[in-house]
Design a protein around this ligand. Sequence first.
Ligand code: OKP
Ligand code: ZN
Length: 341
Amino acid sequence: MRVIYSEDHKLRDARTELHAGQLVTPFEAPFRAEWILAAVKQAGFTDVVAPDAHGLETALKVHDPAYLDFLATVWDRWVAAGFTGEAIANSFAVRRTSQRVPDNIVGAIGHYANAADTSITKGSYEAAIASMRCAITGADWLNAGNRFAFALCRPPGHHAGIDLFGGYCFINNSGVAAQRLLDHGARKVAVLDVDFHHGNGTQDLFYHRGDVFTASLHGDPMHAFPYFLGHADEEGEGEGEGSNRNYPMPPGTPWHVWSSALADALTRIKTFGAEAVVVALGVDTFERDPISFFSLTSDDFTRMGATISAAGLPVLVCMEGGYGVPEIGLNVANVLKGLEA
Ligand code: OKP
Ligand code: ZN
């Protein structure tokens, strides 16, 4: 198992997250990647490399160019406007409003935001690029004929849509990795999202495409972020008809229920004809995750890895969520162990 990690994730270190009516220290913080890296090394996964210096070529195939330009320039524009706090969206392009991109930076942030939880700071873009590079480098490890890679991506990516940021995400790392696999010979691939939260961004990227199957197991959006996507009747459209599958599940969901959804998703991924699978791995399905409501145990994460491995496909794991508790590292290491067992 090759592990791809960049120190540049530390450039994403916001002071604020709008949570429960207050600006709190973000749940998505640098300690997460440090804890996970330490635990996977401890578990014997010591083949850790830095990512290659990829540009935006692959990202431009799944994201809107103007959106990527916004991400690259938003912090400087915010500072130039004279603002001293972190950049937080507070006005949104909602139902029956113009989708023109405002010249004003506050308007532009609102246009490109799907949530106000994600404060933009100096260095956030650079960290997001480093995270994307980890995913691409991991995809290339598979392209070279290897079976497993772990891209220790931070910040996460699965809430980033074609032209939307939020949910702690800016560039959709798993989606970019899927595109990279297609660009290097795979005819069809799958993104299997096992983060607690629905992969709304990834669903958006590929909803009308027939070359990427997207499956997401998550807290029912009637009760959990991202609230506005992730229902079971979202199955893809046009060329993508039938190539999206959602498994919304209720509070308290334990392994024996969650794993039936996983089994169904893997069956569909095989039937679809995917030649590789990108796993968007959040360990926020853990029973003690501070912002989620499933009941998986640390041993369940080993079972998760083994179940995914049994599908027999090459697997690129991209890190998504998992917060606040020391077990996040162990839980990730357990997935990797299960994959290689
Ligand atoms: C990102 B990933 C705490 C809850 C709301 C959105 C959660 C984003 C999760 N304020 N914030 O999918 O783990
Ligand atoms: Zn999550």
